[in-house]
Design a protein around this ligand. Sequence first.
Ligand SMILES: [Zn+2]
Ligand SMILES: [Zn+2]
Length: 464
Amino acid sequence: MKTLLETEFIAGMKLTDLNTARDIGANCLYVELGPFRLVMDCGMHPKKIGRQALPDFSLIPDGVLDFILVTHCHLDHLGALPVLFRRQPQALVLMSQASQALAARMLRNSCNVMKRQREELNIKEYPLFTMGEIELLEPKIMPMAYARSKHFSAPNGEEIEISFHMAGHVAGAAGIRLVYKHRKIFFTGDVQFSAQQTLEGAQFPDENFDTLVMETTRGATPRDEEFDREKELGHLVHAVGATISGGGSVLIPAFALGRMQEILAVLNTARKRGEIPECPVYASGLGMDLVDYFDTISRKTNAVQFRRNVLQELGVRSLRQNFKGGQPPGEAAIFVLGSGMLVENTPSYACAAALIEDSRSAICFVGYCDPDTPGGKLMAAAHGETFSFDALPYNARIRAKIQKFDLSGHADREALLDFALKCDPRAIVLTHGDPDSRDWFLDELAINGFGNTIDPVPGQWTLV
Ligand SMILES: [Zn+2]
Ligand SMILES: [Zn+2]
């Protein structure tokens, strides 16, 4: 007979954070659970360059993984998948149906961006993976319907049960539940409990978990009791309508995956209600391509509600014009362009330079901007201050209205804390947050009498 300690140890989960810092970076957890070896997410760090952007895969012996599970298709969760798969070609790759539809397209785009950066920034190790490797990977991805379990057996006969559960956040996002030896472990992935315009909120299982692994993105952002997402969208629509009526143009920098489609749907509804005057609407980049993917996903699954005819109804045109710093377009127009953070050498960056000196125009941010990106710097700058578009190069005083709308795809910290306490877990593991965000959860969980919160040290395994 096994002692209690041995039984505990066998059912224990050994967890190693392969992201190399306590931040939102190259999300990747290595999990050893009885005879099973798996990786949860496989991201590329958005602020690092070259191999530095990868998770530390050297901590996993080659050829040992049973599963690679991907919560969703943002590149900080998906971007390094072909690199890991090269070392672990025997692993089963599991993601939600919608993520499976999107993953290869996102990875091909990332490969193209790396090829461009190889030339522009002289990064010799780019691309970190090839189009050929994406082609090899694509047919190996096993789609998982939401809320349906699959059982897998190890050679010793032991079983693991895996299920994916809608996480809101972005089309295809999932929280992932593992059951091994009656032990339930839940990974939230990136989660939004409230509905978004084209997306329902998370539908997580209503049960207790032994271990909860949770994101902490908004841990340092207090909840605004007055906040209401519908109202915030109303403010955005009002700002767009007022700017166009006043003869100015509007730039909405938008992330390609999810946010651009949501904004187009919002503008379309507002236009139908007469809240935005007739004017040209331009969009560009990967986000326009993804419109077709979202349409297909919307028809086949409940992962997103979006139809391609939004483009026709709203009269969206592909962006063709070349912007010049300080030269706003002759005709008032709405531009919904990538990148969301106004990264250099993107359409939104060039468009911002064209509009910035025009006091009638507006730049409306609808997503998170890292403080080090041009978008983050522009949001922090004061009206009338000189702003440098170094990559053009072009300097100008900020005369356009710079506005920020809080349309986060992440749950606020209070909602996550409530969820965590409701799950009544034995242990909580914190991931996907900057140090001050994690610290808030550590403190609040302790205040609420919860004593077993683990903030993993990168690269060091913990037994949970
Ligand atoms: Zn995400
Ligand atoms: Zn993320």
